[in-house]
Design a protein around this ligand. Structure first.
Ligand SMILES: [Zn+2]
Length: 229
């Protein structure tokens, strides 16, 4: 491809973006989509509220999620019960800005205002995936606390292996800390939809890494389309 063609193609891709394809080209910035990415670099503002939230009908607390995620969670908990006998519980789903602020401040106090230490597990307000309504911290009925031990419970093992079937991914995997910014959290699951959950799980990379590759493919596709015109 010549330089001129590249420029023409890029311009075409840019005009498509402006023409309403922004959501297509940057799904990580679409707050209404299932691929919305929130982390310490991509933060949401205080006013952001998910488009719709419902209560997931599962045992546990803080059960509000986006409707798609709530339905998938119900399906996943029922399947776990059926396949392993273990009862999963919701521990923490949707959290708004104020709630995250409270949790973060509490954490800061508990570690004597050591920011790095506080942020090992707790996101500052605006940077929590729980704010999207697409994340859930899961526990097993007899092991309520959020700790690495969940990974060794019947439910925890099952969730790690099977969450993708219901559209969830294990978001903060072992040894992904450099990219995700979080230590291993075997309890934190993120809804992305069944198709993408399968892809991301098979790729076995952090969501951020997968998203970069996915977007490259989208842009390549758009460029090809523009070239063909
Ligand atoms: Zn979480």
């Amino acid at each position: 491809m010549s330089v001129l063609n590249t420029i023409v193609s890029l311009a075409a891709a840019a005009s498509m973006m402006i023409g309403g394809a922004l959501v297509e080209i940057a799904p990580q910035h679409n707050p209404n989509g299932m691929l919305f990415l929130v982390n310490r670099q991509e933060m949401v503002c205080e006013a952001y509220v998910p488009v719709e939230l419902v209560e997931a009908h599962v045992p546990g607390s803080v059960r509000r999620m986006r409707p798609e995620a709530a339905a998938a969670l119900e399906e996943m908990f029922a399947a776990c019960k059926e396949e392993t006998g273990a009862t999963l519980i919701s521990i923490s789903g949707y959290r708004d800005y104020q709630k995250q602020t409270n949790i973060y401040r509490r954490k800061l106090r508990s570690v004597k205002q050591n920011v790095a230490k506080a942020q090992e597990y707790v996101a500052p307000p605006g940077a929590s995936e729980h704010h999207t309504g697409l994340a859930m911290d899961i526990g097993q009925r007899d092991k309520k606390h959020l700790d690495a031990k969940f990974a060794d419970t019947k439910g925890g093992i099952w969730c790690k292996e099977n969450c993708w079937r219901f559209g969830f991914i294990l978001r903060y995997g072992e040894e992904w800390e450099d990219i995700t910014g979080y230590k291993y959290e075997p309890w934190h699951f993120r809804y992305v939809g069944k198709e993408k959950a399968k892809e991301i799980t098979e790729a076995n990379v952090p969501y951020e890494t997968w998203m970069t590759g996915y977007r490259t493919e989208i842009i390549k596709g758009l460029l090809k389309e523009a070239e063909g015109e």
